[in-house]
Design a binder for this molecule. Structure first.
Ligand SMILES: [Zn+2]
Length: 292
């Protein structure tokens, strides 16, 4: 059976691979027209196979958020036949209703990044696409059911502000993001979520809460030092438990996704452009089309 589900995450893949908690094949970086992707793994579970892609390395090799080659990562997954992308990243809670160690299935974002390659189609109009729904509703539903079955505490919807990083936000920025409607703030997911949509892939973002965003108050949950939550045993245990569960979450999502007929519109989102511009069937040619 073809492998059609992938998870994009950070250096925790390398750590879990080295610890033996992820089994499968190390594929390494994939060559693409945009340069090499992050390290890829083909993971095996009892019920399904799935790809894991590390956005960045670990230790001193870890890339800054704006230095990640998102286009290479999404291109590589599409080239391998991936249809469903589950993205995984940490964030800081802005709202009081989200606690450290919780998982949030995002349903909207405020993209505050401006130093990243946001489209495959710099020389053509194919990136002119609607962003509602922002994430694949079908994949979000599957992810919610999997998290429910595993009995992890999760929130079915939230808006994330995505900031450029690598630095964290100033108190005034956090207060501004709160007034804009952000419930969580992260450096992950943009622009890979928009790039996946350009190539007609289903994409869902899971953000686990690592700490509380600092709004200038000394009172938790809107105060505190950097990753203070990890200094408490409860916070550290909850975060470790959530991070350890990523392989199981992706395996279960992959298993359900391969048995489920897609009802979303993600895989038809370029239909209007295909018709309007007479695009060829091979999506790779869409990218080179504007360069001809
Ligand atoms: Zn979809």
């Amino acid at each position: 059976m073809p492998v059609t589900t992938a998870c994009i995450t950070g250096g925790e893949i390398h750590r879990q691979w080295q610890a033996g908690s992820i089994r499968g094949e190390f594929l390494g970086p994939q060559n693409t027209p945009f340069g090499p992707s992050g390290d890829l793994f083909l993971a095996n579970s009892e019920d399904a196979q799935y790809y894991l892609l590390a956005r960045c390395g670990i230790g001193l090799a870890k890339t800054s958020p704006s230095g990640i080659n998102h286009r290479a990562n999404i291109y590589a997954l599409k080239d391998l036949g991936v249809q469903c992308v589950l993205a995984w990243g940490s964030g800081a809670a802005i709202t009081h209703s989200v606690a450290v160690g919780d998982i949030v299935i995002l349903d909207d974002v405020i993209d505050q990044t401006n130093l990243r390659d946001i489209t495959f189609f710099e020389n053509s109009p194919l990136g002119f696409l609607r962003q509602f729904p922002v994430f694949c509703p079908g994949l979000r539903r599957i992810v919610g059911e999997v998290l429910h079955d595993i009995r992890l505490i999760y929130h079915g919807a939230a808006t994330a502000a995505i900031t450029a990083g690598p630095r964290l936000e100033t108190p005034a920025e956090v207060r501004a993001l709160a007034t804009m409607g952000a419930e969580i703030v992260t450096h992950a997911f943009a622009p890979e979520m928009f790039l996946a949509k350009e190539l007609q892939m289903c994409y869902s973002a899971l953000c686990y809460v690592m700490n509380y965003a600092e709004a200038g108050s000394r009172q938790p949950p809107l105060g505190g030092a950097l990753f203070e939550s990890m200094e408490t045993q409860n916070g550290a245990d909850r975060i470790a438990g959530v991070v350890e569960s990523i392989g199981r979450i992706v395996a279960n999502v992959a298993s359900v996704a391969q048995e489920t007929t897609s009802t979303c519109m993600c895989r038809q989102i370029q239909n209007q452009h295909i018709e309007q511009y007479g695009l060829p069937e091979d999506w790779r040619q869409w990218i080179t089309q504007g360069e001809v």
